[in-house]
Write a protein that binds this ligand. Structure first.
Ligand code: THU
Length: 128
C-alpha cells in the first residue's frame, strides 16, 4: 500500500473522531506486519485525562485482534503543525516495536506529510 493510501485511511478514520472539547479530529491507520490495517480516532471525555488519542485507539484495536508487529503508522490531523504522536502514544508504540523499527507518517493542513523512523522520534525509550 502506498503512503498516500494509508494516509487516506487515517483521514477517513478522523470522520468518527469524538472531539467536543478540542474540536481537533485526528485519525490513525496502523499497518501490521501481515498487511492488515487498523484505524482509530481520538475519543475525548469530560474528564479530559480519560481522552484516548487516535494512535492508541488503533494500537488497542490491533493488539486486541492478535496483531503485535507494526510496520507503519499514518496520522491525520489538520493543524498548522505536523501531527506527531504524543509521548504516551510513542511509549505505547515502543512496546510493540521491540528490536525492529517502524515508519511514522504525520500530516498537517493542506495534505503535506513527513515520514520518520520511530527510532528517530523516540530513541532510548524505556523497556523492561
Ligand atoms: N491527539 C491525538 O489523537 N493524537 C495525537 O497525536 C495528538 C493529540 C488528540 C487528543 C485530543 O483529543 C486532541 O488531539 C487535542 O489534543
Amino acid at each position: 500500500m502506498t503512503d498516500r493510501a494509508l494516509l487516506n485511511k487515517a483521514r477517513e478514520a478522523a470522520d468518527n473522531a469524538y472531539v467536543p472539547y478540542s474540536h481537533f479530529p485526528v485519525g490513525a491507520a496502523l499497518e501490521c506486519a501481515d498487511g492488515t490495517v487498523y484505524t482509530g480516532c481520538n475519543v475525548e471525555n469530560a474528564a479530559l485525562g480519560s481522552t484516548i488519542c487516535a494512535e492508541r485507539t488503533a494500537i488497542v484495536k490491533a493488539v486486541s485482534e492478535g496483531r503485535r508487529r507494526f510496520v507503519r503508522l499514518a496520522i491525520y490531523g489538520e493543524g498548522e503543525n505536523y501531527c506527531f504522536p504524543c509521548g504516551a502514544c510513542r511509549q505505547m508504540l515502543a512496546e510493540f516495536v521491540g528490536s525492529g523499527d517502524m515508519e511514522i507518517l504525520c500530516t498537517r493542513s493542506g495534505g503535506r506529510y513527513v515520514s520518520y523512523k520511530f527510532s528517530d522520534l523516540m530513541p532510548h525509550c524505556f523497556q523492561l
